[in-house]
Design a protein around this ligand. Structure first.
Ligand code: CDP
Length: 234
């Protein structure tokens, strides 16, 4: 096969609100690949758990109940006319709902449940079987696609990340404070990096990117350069 038409797998991992999703979505669009937001899948399971009373008011998930509900939870992505994707939970578009702070505040303990991870990782591996995919998350380069040809690990300071997410939520009409968003970011970082089951960490062969001071255009150019390098020399 011509090296330039070879399809590869691209894993984008990093801390919460580091801009991974924007980065992964734009790269996928630029190279004509499928984009999957694995975080949306953990968020969808969390929304199901919240709406079905499987998370206590102090945020403790009822693990056994969530695990036994897994067969009743189906997650899909629907491509919109403008090219963006919306997450479907049991056929219902929950894209707006899963981005709310209510879900952000509950998601990390749910994502730390081993059986939840096992079920979602199996779905993600299946989605990537034919390559030509960009997936973003926490464990994509380490667990989901350890053989990905291009792995990127994104970082930025917690304050930069919280400010980005705060602006995003305010633009969407949410009434949140910067302090609440920052404390959510820091709290999730802690749970995501210290959990037993596939904690967030940089794969040894991942390329690190601190995008605190990068414009979107600079970031796009940097990503395309990494992509082309793999196609040429990888
Ligand atoms: O958008 P943001 O970066 O804030 O988070 P996300 O990618 O939507 O992921 C939400 C949460 O799901 C994370 O804080 C993790 O707890 C969990 N997650 C995970 O454990 N593994 C993944 N591959 C993706 C997300």
């Amino acid at each position: 096969m011509n090296k330039n038409t070879r399809l590869i797998t691209i894993a984008v991992d990093g801390y919460s609100s580091s801009g991974k999703s924007t980065m992964a979505r734009r790269l996928a669009a630029a190279v004509g690949y499928r984009y999957i937001d694995s975080g949306a899948m953990y968020r969808a399971v969390t929304l199901y758990a919240l709406d079905n009373g499987l998370i206590s008011t102090d945020g403790e998930p009822d693990k056994a109940a969530i695990v036994s509900a897994l067969p009743e939870i189906s997650i899909d992505f629907a491509v919109q006319p403008d090219g963006t994707q919306h997450t479907l939970l049991n056929g219902v578009d929950v894209e707006t709902e899963i981005r709310r702070l209510r879900v952000s505040n509950a998601v990390s303990p749910v994502a730390a449940i081993a059986e939840v991870r096992r079920a979602l990782v199996a779905m993600q591996k299946k989605m990537g079987e034919r390559k030509g995919i960009v997936m973003d998350g926490r464990d994509i380069g380490t667990v989901v696609f350890p053989d990905a040809e291009l792995k990127i690990f994104v970082d930025a300071s917690p304050e930069t990340r919280a400010m980005r997410r705060f602006k995003e939520l305010v633009e969407k009409g949410s009434q949140v404070s910067y302090e609440d968003v920052l404390s959510n970011v820091v709290h999730r970082d802690h749970i995501d990096t210290t959990r037993d089951e596939s904690p967030l960490r940089r794969a040894e062969d991942a390329i690190s990117l601190d995008n605190s001071l990068m414009s979107l255009e600079e970031q796009d150019a940097w990503l395309l350069k990494q992509f082309n390098k793999v196609l040429q020399f990888g």
